[in-house]
Design a protein around this ligand. Sequence first.
Ligand code: ACO
Length: 163
Amino acid sequence: MVNKEEINSSNFILRKAKIKDVKQIHALLMESAARGKLLARPLNQLYHHLREFVVVETEADKPIIACVALSITWSDSAEVRSLVVDESYQKLGLGRKLVEHCIKEAKEFELKRVFTLTYQVDFFNKLNFKEITKDQLPQKIWADCIHCPKFPECDETAMIFNL
Ligand SMILES: CC(=O)SCCNC(=O)CCNC(=O)[C@H](O)C(C)(C)COP(=O)(O)OP(=O)(O)OC[C@H]1O[C@@H](n2cnc3c(N)ncnc32)[C@H](O)[C@@H]1OP(=O)(O)O
């Protein structure tokens, strides 16, 4: 078990995902999906979108403990997706660090906004995301949501951060 008194998010390595990480990313996502925290993504999608992912590891070549993906959806927007921090490492600032990394990357791409679809409204509120209606994300709806098993009865909340 992790002693949360002794560590903080600066102890960890945040890096671009590599091909060897895909199965661990998949396992992290599946575990959270089984608890109803997010929607699972199949392995083939993770391979297709691997370049969008960053991961966190405790030390070089140790198992990864967190991940996130930033997916560009249109000329001005990107989506924060597949954010998971392993349960043992939650509340150490890693989720914040990963979302802040996405925001920094979106700025480098000169995008205008970052959005997310989530059940973790309070967490994203803390990071200054604001709730919006889903009809403000038409490209997302036609690109991805339409293929979702929950469509059109989406129970996630759309949230946005203007850059
Ligand atoms: C876009 C998507 O992918 S949405 C899916 C999000 N993922 C999940 O729900 C999977 C399961 N949950 C998790 O992986 C984690 O709990 C996360 C990603 C939601 C949060 O990660 P953590 O590393 O625990 O968050 P972190 O420690 O950075 O917290 C940042 C702030 O949010 C707060 N916070 C963390 N989780 C929550 C929560 N569930 N509700 C309210 N506040 C929260 C923290 O207390 C902290 O506040 P502070 O800055 O005032 O101290």
